[in-house]
Design a protein around this ligand. Sequence first.
Ligand SMILES: [Zn+2]
Length: 213
Amino acid sequence: MSLAERIADLFFVPKCIICSAVIERPGICIKCQGELAEAVKPVRGVEFLEEVRAAYIYEGALRDAVHRFKFGGKKSYAAVMGDRMLPLLERMEARPQVISWVPTSAERLRKRGYDQAQVLAEYIAGRAGLPCRRLLTRRRSGKQSNLGNKAARVANAAGAFRTAEDVSGLSILLVDDVVTTGATLSECARVLLTEGASEVRACAFACVKGIVK
Ligand SMILES: [Zn+2]
């Protein structure tokens, strides 16, 4: 450990990832746990996926926390978010053979320094005792964050992904941070199934309210 790391360690104060209240261990404080809206039902209607589950509804302070995780360098949130996603895996109708993720573009990766979905996937796979593999690559950058409607997202996702290795016969769990329209997940699953994957499921930390029916 470097001197700088030792000093940071010495002054490290665990905080709630949602409201930044100081707590005993890094996590989500009791108050926020009571206030966050859980996504109780599975996400419906995402084409090509057997099952899609999310832990929470993407709104309010949780939305801000996800933004800090994605854009604000808060990579350490992955452990807290991943812990909340592990029960989703337990609830799945079938256990996947391999965990992968919806990859971000190379351009964004350079800007942010890490792929947030990959960090989440690796954490979850480690805790679940499953292999985590890069099964997809993203061919080009889409302006996904700015696309509001589903049609625009479907068009944007089409042709954006390809497989990075042989996926034939695999049952796969894709990890992502947020499900908005499901268009990106759907396109990833379509590509994996076309290349011979046996089935694709997905879990996310959060999903937009309208998609849980
Ligand atoms: Zn809190």
